[in-house]
Ligand binder design. Structure first.
Ligand SMILES: Cc1ncc(COP(=O)(O)O)c(C=O)c1O
Length: 450
């Protein structure tokens, strides 16, 4: 029988995270103070993050050791399996070899605990009692709730209203881990009240929920804020995924021609791809790296590469990134984790420099891809991941047409067990493909400061 799963022993769990930044062939532009437009130092983050996290945010070290306690908790679900999608390949009748790294077997069903656990760990080490955060689909909120639970911290989650209504079981999961969950925008923060005054029926957005969570942390001495994507330290923690995948591809006796991941703020994509980008830069490999996003929130494909706020209320430093404008509220698609106006500055720079590619898909074709994957490989993917799967199907079709035996690797970063209401709507033919018009995007982009 041919091998389907490539499994690593627990001893193969990486001992350090990989930091791509010192290996980049260009300089990243620094975050700026919005008032002075001068570069901000690490101290700008002191009110919201613990020192260890701030050091990781700016470190120039290529390898950052993973604390033993974090590795021990990782071992509850890591190393995660790499699978060859043989049944999908046969269905597609493609010469391409399709591999996927499956992160859905973590306690909360996605890649998010890879960073939630170390973030909760460093906060506990520095005496923080409570963490605040935002969540879209609820994958991140439930992961931080889990991590706070194991580290003995309290957790307050601002959950984007549209997802709060669409995914009640995610909320219950967070509450089961002991977290307090609010539908954002709330009337508990000034940022939330401002939005509600103007838009009482606001569906919320990640940008708004971030503003609320940051305001809560800044206003309370015993609390800090925790972010589930975008920033360097979050991407750093996720690189356990790609480091394991490198070892597993070697076990499979192949090397990927193409690495694919979906992108919200960029953390799972960075996790799978950064170790392979390192191989491109350092070891003369030539893997194509493809980021996939929703057509209704086309940050990398239609956004502007400029300085913008990370949140809607404009409380964060300005970051150089592809952005649709911090006031842009993306349509309420079911891939809630991809509804972010901006993107990681590192991933934005990689796109801008032409080291990686990006493409966007509307929601119906992604659900079609998700259903096909479920019917061939058995896993019902999270709607976010279905974007990556749609791209993989297209790449496999291209391989069929060209006859090339491409090796494709993608990150199956979460299962969709809590997203079944979305699948129900898709199966009933009730999902609409919402694309913002060019004018709407132009208007939002025009509101970007400076
Ligand atoms: C399953 C899943 N995939 C992808 C994402 C997008 O986030 P990121 O781009 O940081 O991986 C999320 C975010 O919530 C998610 O839950």
């Amino acid at each position: 029988m041919e091998t389907t799963k490539f499994l690593l022993d627990e001893k193969a769990l990486p001992e350090s995270w990989y930091n791509l930044i010192p290996d980049l062939p260009f300089q990243l532009e620094p975050p700026l103070n919005p008032a002075t437009h001068e570069p901000v130092g690490p101290e700008a983050f002191a009110a919201i993050f613990p020192e260890a996290i701030i050091r990781q945010e700016v470190t120039g070290e290529p390898h950052v050791p993973i604390p033993e306690e974090v590795r021990e908790i990782y071992s509850l679900w890591r190393p995660t399996p790499l699978l060859r999608a043989r049944r999908l390949e046969r269905f597609l009748d493609t010469p391409a070899h399709i591999y996927y790294k499956y992160e859905g077997g973590s306690p909360t069903g996605s890649h998010k605990p890879n960073t939630a656990v170390p973030q909760a760990y460093y906060n506990r080490e520095e005496g923080v009692r409570r963490l605040t955060t935002e969540t879209g689909a609820g994958q991140w909120g439930s992961s931080l709730a889990f991590a706070c639970g194991v580290m003995g911290l309290e957790c307050t989650v601002y959950m984007v209203r549209v997802s709060y209504d669409q995914k009640p079981y995610r909320r219950i999961m967070m509450q089961t881990y002991g977290a307090e969950v609010h539908a954002s925008p709330t009337d508990l923060t000034q940022a939330g009240r401002n939005i509600l005054e103007e838009h009482p029926d606001s569906p919320g957005s990640l940008g708004i929920a971030i503003s609320e969570a940051v305001e809560d942390a800044v206003g309370n001495d015993d609390a800090k804020y925790s972010l589930g994507s975008v920033l360097n330290h979050v991407l750093l923690h996720q690189t356990v995924i790609g480091q394991e995948a490198l070892q597993q591809m070697e076990m499979a006796g192949e090397y990927p021609d193409i690495v694919v991941g979906c992108v919200g703020g960029g953390s799972n994509f960075a996790g799978i791809s950064f170790p392979f980008i390192r191989e491109n830069l350092k070891n003369a490999k030539d893997t194509r790296i493809l980021a996939v996003e929703p057509a209704s929130c086309p940050t990398l494909t239609k956004g502007r590469y400029t300085y913008d706020f990370g949140d809607t209320a404009g409380t964060t430093p300005l970051m150089k990134m592809y952005t649709l404008g911090h006031s842009f509220v993306p349509a309420g698609i079911h891939a809630g984790g991809l509804r972010y106006h901006g993107d990681s500055p590192v991933i934005s720079a990689l796109v801008h420099e032409g080291l990686i590619e990006a493409r966007a898909y509307a929601q119906n074709p992604t659900f079609e891809a998700g259903v096909l994957f479920a019917r061939t490989e058995g896993i019902v993917p999270a709607p976010e991941v279905a974007h990556a799967i749609k791209a993989v199907l297209d790449l496999a079709q291209e391989a069929k047409e060209s006859g090339e035996q491409n090796v494709i690797l993608f990150n199956l970063c979460g299962h969709g067990h809590f997203d079944l209401a979305a699948y129900e709507q898709y199966l009933a033919g009730n999902l609409v493909d919402i694309e913002h018009s060019e004018e709407e995007i132009e208007r939002a982009v025009a509101r970007i400061p400076g």
